[in-house]
Design a protein around this ligand. Structure first.
Ligand SMILES: [Zn+2]
Length: 467
């Protein structure tokens, strides 16, 4: 059952007109983010007069180098890399350099030298001579109390892992379990729905949760975390916090329904509604001073010095991705639960439940049945049926993760292990492939039962992986 507090505030876009507006704003934000993510970046700004680059600042962070150009006004710019030798070109339209770059400390940065020149009549070109390949990212920051307009160019170190082979990655790190946070609804002074013979939702859902915990912990590659493990109440926000603290890959909130008509029956699965997600994003942003923490767990993108709109866009994107996962796992669970219970709703329902409003953890809420229906209440109170329900939920969850294992997990490793196949292209030789994947030719031959080193175009070669 969902009390008022569980439903949370569902106020966004209730009228038809506002639905349109919200969608438009959302799409606009998506477009903005697409622009921002695309390289090279073009930021439109009227620049009839010359913009001065008044300062150049440089920082070295553990994984990237940040170059900031202090500008007298907004500027239209373009950033693109050039190869042989490695360079990064920054073109600024209608701009001039009004400062010197000679004081910059380039040691420990990927920049060997910084040059600038007039380019294309009144445009300014700044060229960074690079010591090594980097991944560039640039964005404009509007003036605030402290700084004027800025162009920020982040030079991300190439992730060493991208150059690694599968076996390196597998051998180099311990594969983690997929963490499932099980949230038994209600508890303590909040009994939830009440059924016949003093049957209480809080007790039924805790029993189902515990049954599922046992199954998850017995499954290789999975680990369960109980959000509530006794008869006490936890505020809704605190529940998602607990899941986050344990770095859960999924949060499952278990409930049982009630309705004033005893005939109502069946199970349902819920995911968060996008509409309330977007409005919640806004309130998250307003409430959270430390936005970086929130986003840091999602895409590794620091929002510390990005403006609010951009932060909102990124948070929206991460929430959209999370929602997609929630809907997928939800539909898998619905399929399995449909095998043991009648389904109250045939598809994953979406609503603005507070307990599902975690932007970084896919979350679903399951109403396991109607405790107000005498027949269903009896079933829900039986340990055998609780086991059956728990098993059905977990088998849906398992299917979801087998298809989409999170990076770094044992499941992902196993999938890659059995799934890395190299399709022979023109010019490939077995020794090339052995070299590329850092395996021996004899291992390749043995693994693929090759009688000789002869291979043909289109042939599929399985790559052996040592863990
Ligand atoms: Zn409930």
């Amino acid at each position: 059952m969902l009390s008022l507090t569980e439903r949370g505030s569902y106020t966004a876009c209730k009228t038809v007109g506002r639905v349109g507006l919200c969608r438009a704003v959302f799409l606009l934000l998506l477009c903005l983010s697409a622009l921002w993510l695309a390289q090279p970046v073009l930021a439109a700004a009227p620049a009839a007069t010359t913009t001065n680059v008044e300062g150049i600042r440089l920082w070295r962070a553990p994984d990237h180098t940040r170059l900031v150009l202090d500008l007298s006004a907004m500027v239209e710019h373009k950033v693109f890399p050039l190869e042989n030798p490695e360079r990064l070109v920054i073109d600024l339209k209608h701009a001039a350099l009004a400062t010197s770059s000679s004081g910059l400390k380039l040691a420990n940065t990927p920049i060997a030298e910084l040059r600038s020149a007039k380019f294309d009549q009144d445009s300014l070109r700044i060229v960074l001579e690079l010591k090594k390949k980097i991944n560039p990212r640039s964005f404009i920051l509007a003036r605030n109390e402290q700084y004027g307009d800025r162009l920020v160019i982040d030079l991300y170190d190439r992730d060493k892992q991208t150059a690694k082979t599968v076996s390196d990655v597998l051998a180099g790190q311990k594969m983690r379990d997929i963490v499932i946070a099980i949230d038994a609804g209600h508890g303590g002074e909040d009994p939830g729905a009440l059924g016949p013979k003093r049957l209480r939702e809080k007790n039924v859902v805790l029993a189902i949760s515990r049954a599922m915990q046992g199954m998850i912990d017995r499954e290789v590659g999975f680990r369960a975390v109980m959000v509530r493990d006794g008869d006490y109440y936890i505020p809704l926000r605190k529940r998602t916090d607990i899941a986050r603290k344990h770095r859960a890959d999924l949060m499952i909130s278990i409930h049982a329904d009630a309705f004033n008509q005893a005939s109502a029956n069946g199970a349902s699965v819920y995911a968060l509604s996008t509409r309330s997600a977007t409005s919640e994003t806004a309130s998250y942003l307003a409430k959270r001073e430390n936005r970086a923490d929130l986003i840091g767990g999602v895409g590794g993108v620091s929002l510390v010095d990005k403006d609010k709109v951009l932060a909102g866009v990124l948070l929206d994107l991460s929430m959209t991705a999370t929602l997609e996962s929630s809907l997928d796992v939800g539909s898998q669970v619905l399929k399995s639960v449909g095998g043991v219970a009648r389904l109250h709703k045939k598809r994953v329902e979406q609503a603005g439940f507070v307990v599902l409003k975690s932007p970084d953890i896919p979350s679903i809420l399951i109403e396991t049945g109607f405790i107000s229906n005498p027949k269903e209440a009896r079933r829900l109170s039986q340990p055998a049926y609780q086991q059956k329900m728990a098993k059905a939920i977990f088998s849906g969850v398992k299917r979801h993760f087998q298809q989409r294992p999170p990076v770094g997990t044992l499941l992902a490793a196993n999938k890659r292990k059995s799934g890395v196949v190299h399709v022979i292209a023109r010019g490939d030789t077995l020794s090339d492939i052995a070299h590329r994947y850092r395996v021996s030719i004899s291992d390749l031959r043995r693994h693929n039962r090759l009688k000789s080193t002869r291979i043909k175009i289109g042939q599929r070669i399985k790559i052996p992986v040592s863990t």
